[in-house]
Design a protein around this ligand. Structure first.
Ligand code: FAI
Length: 513
């Protein structure tokens, strides 16, 4: 299809002039709305003003400019339908074969701090989506371009013999409907936020774009792909830069997310090694290499084939220790050039770069269930010091406090039922995903062995019975942090007091299912 007439009406004027020049070189007549026309004319491109086509001025601050049968008839007419052709002749409608439209920047407007409702509403585009949808509906005869990134490809096709192919027009129509759907979803979300304090919308419209087809999902027989949120800040694992290595797998991405979330908990240098979303080892230190050393030494057996997360630039010393074993991937805010050179020598390691982001309590977490999804606020709450309550006769020592808080930050990220033992800013035992709490504690204690003596314990949820405290006491644990709130709290406190264990209630639970 070789267009005769293009209508260009764009808010985002990226690449506009080069594109319009290309159209003009193809002999295509251009019609435009006010602002677009001005930009094009200033660049010496000849343009027909939309009002000269409609015979009607742009009115109401641009609320009505292209909403006119002379425009929509020109876009929607079926060129091979005699009735449509006759209607065009009767009403003096000229065909429009190419619609280049992008919309008022609604998402960017509402992202501005303190934006008024009035300003937001004025940025709801009406005429643009109407043209986009009309042109997309008529893709058999009309091409619609909503994405400036498409301009070079369109010019290439136009210079070919057959012009814009039917396949391309269909693909452009798909992109166009997706564009307006995302746009309307964003408006609905905004209006819902106005009445719902922004948290849980009445309807949920998710707008994500595929960034990568994955080789397979959790298992080789499952198809999978990786999608990135279309709007919002370009942060998080979906925006990490891969510097080296084979393509990420589904399970890699899940574990990278876990690694990134844990190290983001800490201000001081922190490292973690993840296996199947749980930390097998985590550590903090004065330097990132000291932190990694602790994370690795916490459980060298499980570390093999793990995913490493670091919250500081990877230096040579850290890279050297990482490269002593096989790890699937590393995620860190950066790499020194020596560290990168060393790690890149390993073919099988994936290296990702992503700045560490502060927790955002407005983030939401989605979980699918059959026939629906669950939506909740992400678990981003920090400890509230006024809620911390020592319930035993003995207070934790300052050193125990440090370790309790370290262990608490880790246990938050371990699958429930979760128990973490820690000492010297290092995990010593991790009991993850057990069906009873004392079972999780026994696993952690067994792993820590003799190192449990003098260590601290963190539990993601309260102790339903005193058995976990008894097990901790037997292992030599000296301090415990847990949410509290069980009907049998008194029994657990009694067990702790009997052994001189200091126990702190947080008042906050960190279930992770
Ligand atoms: N009301 C209309 O008839 C109308 N027709 C096109 N627009 C939008 O006006 C914008 C371009 O305006 P300008 O060329 O004046 O900068 C585009 O984002 C386009 O989607 C309209 N504006 C909003 O609804």
């Amino acid at each position: 299809m070789k267009p005769q007439t293009a209508l260009i009406s764009v808010s985002d004027k990226t690449g506009l002039i080069e594109f319009a020049k290309g159209l003009q070189e193809q002999g295509i007549r251009i019609i435009s709305t006010g602002g677009t026309m001005k930009t094009l004319r200033e660049a010496g491109i000849s343009v027909t003003y939309v009002s000269d086509v409609t015979g009607f001025p742009e009115i109401m601050d641009g609320r009505v400019k292209t909403l006119n049968p002379l425009i929509h008839g020109g876009i929607l007419a079926l060129r091979d339908n005699p009735d449509h052709v006759q209607a065009m002749q009767e009403h003096g409608i000229q065909p429009i074969d190419l619609a280049v439209v992008n919309l008022y920047p609604f998402a960017a407007t509402i992202a501005k701090p303190g934006v008024s409702q009035e300003e937001a509403v004025e940025n709801i585009d009406i005429g643009g989506p109407a043209m986009i949808r009309a042109a997309a509906k008529n893709f058999r005869h009309v091409a619609v371009v909503v994405n400036p990134a498409r301009y070079p490809m369109i010019l290439r096709e136009l210079s070919a013999q057959e012009g814009i192919s039917p396949e391309t027009r269909r693909e452009l129509a798909r992109e166009a409907f997706s564009h307006t759907a995302t746009y309307d979803g964003c408006i609905a979300g905004y209006l819902s936020g106005q009445t719902n304090a922004g948290m849980l919308p009445a309807d949920l419209h998710l707008a994500y774009e595929k960034i990568q087809d994955l080789r397979y999902g959790e298992n080789p027989h499952q198809q999978a792909a990786f999608y990135r949120a279309k709007s919002g800040v370009a942060a998080g694992v979906a925006n990490a830069k891969q510097l080296h290595g084979r393509e990420l797998s589904y399970n890699n991405i899940v574990d990278i997310e876990a690694a990134y979330s844990i190290v983001a908990e800490f201000q001081q240098p922190a490292a973690v090694i993840i296996k199947h979303t749980n930390p097998c080892g985590a550590g903090c230190g004065k330097t990132i290499s000291a932190a990694y050393h602790k994370a690795y030494q916490a459980d060298p057996v499980s570390a093999f084939g793990g995913i490493v997360g670091l919250n500081q630039t990877v230096d040579l010393a850290t890279a050297e220790e990482i490269s002593t074993i096989f790890v699937e991937a590393v995620i860190a805010p950066g790499y020194t050039s020596e560290a990168l050179t060393l790690l890149q020598q390993k073919q099988n390691i994936r290296l990702l770069e992503l700045p560490v982001k502060e927790a955002d309590s407005r983030e939401m977490a989605i979980k699918p269930v059959s026939g629906g999804i669950l939506l909740q606020q992400a678990d981003q709450v920090d400890l509230i010091s006024e809620q911390l309550q020592t319930v035993t006769k003995r207070q934790p020592t300052p050193a125990e406090w440090d370790q309790l808080l370290f262990a608490w930050r880790i246990v938050k990220h371990v699958k429930s039922n979760a128990i973490v033992l820690a000492g010297n800013d290092q995990t010593l035992g991790v009991g993850a995903g057990q069906m009873n709490r004392v079972g999780a504690a026994e696993i952690a204690l067994k792993q820590a062995g003799k190192l449990a003596a003098g260590a601290v314990m963190a539990s993601d949820a309260f102790f339903p019975f005193r058995d976990t405290v008894d097990a901790a006491a037997k292992g030599g644990i000296t301090a415990i942090i847990q949410p509290g709130g069980s009907v049998r709290d008194a029994e657990s406190i009694e067990a702790a007091d009997a052994k001189g264990i200091a126990m702190v209630f947080t008042g906050i639970r960190h279930f992770k299912h």
